[in-house]
Design a protein around this ligand. Structure first.
Ligand SMILES: Cc1cc2nc3c(=O)[nH]c(=O)nc-3n(C[C@H](O)[C@H](O)[C@H](O)COP(=O)(O)O)c2cc1C
Length: 173
């Protein structure tokens, strides 16, 4: 259902009855199209979580190349890799990502599965991933960029105010 690597249908999840009286949020996948929020609200969701859309804003403290990559990418450019954190993350397929490969090698896969080694392996991978995330955010030519499939509907770098007012209009309609 959105989020980092969700791939279940929003409607199907809702039809399971949700969690009693708790409000449900559609956790990602909307991208930049406010109609996605409208559809979710009409289905019965209380709201949507937006992540990728806000990376391509003037206010986001990431490189211009990251913002441009989000604007230029389409859903087909988004791939899963477990090489960052040991579990799958969605990233834009770039030459650098291609070179590094998308999946950990057999030894690391084993260490990630084994009950005695998986916690330590994930912790080590995550601490290394923090460095990767920092470089991706601040180094113009470091092209390991996390983004969701909603990139297809993000067509420009805008201000947060522009994004929010567009979504707000649709939510209030
Ligand atoms: C840079 C970035 C890092 C993220 N890191 C995580 C993460 O560590 N764990 C997770 O569950 N989701 C992560 N997400 C996914 C967000 O939860 C997701 O973006 C959010 O639900 C909104 O979806 P959207 O990006 O399709 O708008 C990340 C998203 C971005 C853009």
């Amino acid at each position: 259902m959105g989020g980092q690597t969700g791939n279940r249908s929003f409607a199907a999840e809702l039809s399971k009855g949700g969690f009693g009286d708790l409000p449900l949020l559609q956790a990602g996948g909307v991208g930049g199209d406010p109609q996605g929020l409208r559809d979710a609200l009409d289905m019965g969701y209380a709201g949507c979580q937006l992540g990728t859309r806000f990376l391509a804003t003037h206010e986001a403290r990431v490189t211009d190349s990251y913002k441009r990559a989000i604007v230029d990418a389409s859903a087909d450019d988004i791939v899963w890799t477990n090489k960052l954190a040991g579990t799958n993350s969605s990233v834009i397929r770039t030459a650098q990502v291609e070179r590094g490969g998308l999946q950990v090698n057999a030894l690391v896969a084993f260490l990630l599965q084994n009950r005695w080694t998986k916690l330590l392996t994930r912790t080590l991978m995550l601490s290394r991933a923090m460095e990767t995330y920092k470089r991706a955010a601040f180094e113009e030519d470091y092209e390991v960029w996390q983004a969701g499939r909603g990139v297809s509907s993000i067509h420009a770098v805008e201000s947060c105010e522009q994004v929010l007012s567009r979504f707000g209009e649709v939510a209030r309609a």
